[in-house]
Design a binder for this molecule. Structure first.
Ligand code: IPE
Ligand code: IPE
Ligand code: MG
Length: 247
């Protein structure tokens, strides 16, 4: 682990990896070049996050809405995910990284689901860091699936409507096993969540960086960690400073 000399390091960092297409456009290249380069940024970020002492890193790789892109681009993105898992799984396993996938699994076709399950299964007992890959993920879809399961429990008499609270909902989400993200980073200058972790982001610190995802790496991650360390999280209570004055 390297010392960043920061008073606080977030336990869970989630990243909306955006701007691959624009990175490529800017260079007169097809969008797929941006996606390819984006995979290198993923590798560097995973390494840097582990070295900084981050315990959970969630990466938004493909949204439920990304299926509406041209078929060729969707194929490129699926191909990259396949290759990333085939090529990098052994390395991640060696680094003691546990892989978990969030997102809708029901409608995935072909070899994608078995590959994702293999990555989870191979690395399930690893303890250095949890790498959560959000694939075919959309928050509204995730919440709808959770509500449907809760409704089934109520219908079957296993649960009373009055027992439904925020904690129960959290425990039915794909992220049930992980703490909420402390920090959410989005690259490319866009300042929106695009259906990412809407429930879990209730008290996350948001950091928007201008750089495109392929240009993201250790330096940009650590910059975001510095911004995070300078923020005061209040969770609806009073500021530490106010409390000190009030006594
Ligand atoms: C992020 O880059 C990758 C995915 C959404 C899968 P984009 O492909 O969204 O790139 P821009 O935003 O069009 O530049
Ligand atoms: C969000 O980026 C999804 C991922 C990073 C996987 P998009 O590029 O799809 O989001 P919008 O369309 O700009 O909101
Ligand atoms: Mg985008």
């Amino acid at each position: 682990m390297i010392s960043l000399d920061l008073p606080v390091i977030p336990e869970h960092v989630a990243i909306i990896m955006d701007g691959n297409g624009r990175w490529a456009n800017q260079r007169g290249l097809p969008r797929t070049f941006g996606h390819n380069k984006g995979v290198e940024a993923v590798r560097e970020t995973v390494k840097a996050a582990g070295e900084a002492g981050i315990k959970y890193l969630t990466l938004f790789a493909f949204s439920s809405e990304n299926w509406s892109r041209p078929a060729s681009e969707v194929e490129d993105l699926l191909g990259l995910l396949r290759r990333f898992i085939r090529r990098d799984l052994a390395d991640l396993h060696r680094e003691n990284i546990r892989i978990r996938i969030i997102g809708e699994r029901q409608n995935l076709r072909g070899d994608i689901l078995p590959l994702l399950l293999e990555a989870e299964e191979t690395t399930r007992n690893n303890t250095a860091m949890t790498l959560v890959i959000a694939f075919n993920y959309g928050s509204r879809n995730e919440i709808a699936r959770a509500v449907a399961r809760i409704a089934e429990d109520v219908e079957a008499g296993r649960l009373k409507p009055a027992e439904v609270d925020a904690d129960l909902i959290s425990r039915h989400l794909d992220t049930a096993d992980f703490p909420d993200p402390d920090l959410i980073i989005r690259t490319s200058g866009e300042e929106r969540l695009s259906n990412f972790l809407l429930w879990q982001a209730a008290y996350s610190e948001l950091v928007f960086l201008p750089c495109y995802w392929p240009d993201f790496g250790r330096q940009q991650l650590y910059e975001a960690l510095r911004v995070f360390a300078s923020r005061e999280r209040r969770f609806g209570a009073l500021s530490q400073m106010t409390t000190a004055v009030v006594g």
